[in-house]
Design a protein around this ligand. Structure first.
Ligand SMILES: CC(C)(COP(=O)(O)OP(=O)(O)OC[C@H]1O[C@@H](n2cnc3c(N)ncnc32)[C@H](O)[C@@H]1OP(=O)(O)O)[C@@H](O)C(=O)NCCC(=O)NCCS
Length: 178
């Protein structure tokens, strides 16, 4: 009998859960209609509040500047979408088409996606990503990219669940104070 076959314990129990596993909370059903559309000026406060809740830092000036650059710029490939349950903002996604960045043909970039903690695991982020990708497709873009922090296993699990894979670029950085 081989060493592997000698153990009667199921493989999953013997090796345990991976250290990076994200504990998956109980799904919250979405009550009321879910809609996805471009953000409106009076919804920016809700976006800032969700970001502050998720990241622990309130960045009002940053969001105001992002709003000015993205909210009315659909014609040039920028998208700032919100997800609403009824009239309540429960999530947002921001992305844009970038032309020939890093020498690559025009492609869509998603650089922010957040769902309010009490509205997660009900498909909201999936719908936001789908809506932003539909916008990219409409202008003939057939690739979407994103960048994430390597310890953010939650966002990694989400993007992997949507079929995203490691891309061809390597991020590099330099500490300019050194
Ligand atoms: C990641 C995030 C956007 C997902 O939002 P969501 O609305 O809960 O996502 P969905 O319900 O559409 O989930 C789609 C899939 O993602 C994966 N996923 C989502 N949350 C997960 C979790 N907690 N654990 C494991 N997988 C998860 C699952 O595969 C899920 O599909 P399933 O429910 O059929 O298993 C949300 O958790 C969030 O806002 N997190 C903080 C994001 C963040 O760190 N932003 C800063 C960088 S931009």
């Amino acid at each position: 009998m081989s060493k592997i076959a000698a153990s009667s314990a199921p493989l999953k129990r013997r090796i345990g859960k991976p250290k990076t596993a994200v504990a998956k909370p109980t799904p919250k059903p979405i009550t009321g209609d879910l809609s996805i559309r471009p953000v409106r000026p009076d919804e920016l406060a809700a976006v800032i509040a969700i970001d502050a809740l998720v990241t622990g830092i309130e960045k009002r000036a940053y969001w105001n500047s992002l709003y000015r650059r993205y909210a009315d710029a659909v014609a040039t490939g920028q998208h700032f979408l919100v997800a609403l349950r009824g009239t309540e903002v429960i999530g947002f996604a921001i992305g844009e088409v970038r032309d020939w960045e890093f020498g690559s043909p025009p492609c869509g970039w998603v650089f922010a996606i957040d769902v309010r903690p009490d509205a997660r695991l009900a498909g909201v982020a999936s719908e936001l990503l789908k809506a932003i990708c539909d916008n990219f497709r409409r202008v003939g873009v057939n690739k979407v990219r994103t960048m994430l922090s390597r310890d953010n296993t939650l966002i990694l699990s989400f993007f992997r669940s949507q079929g995203m894979m490691i891309g061809p670029f390597i991020p590099l950085e330099l500490d300019l104070d050194a």
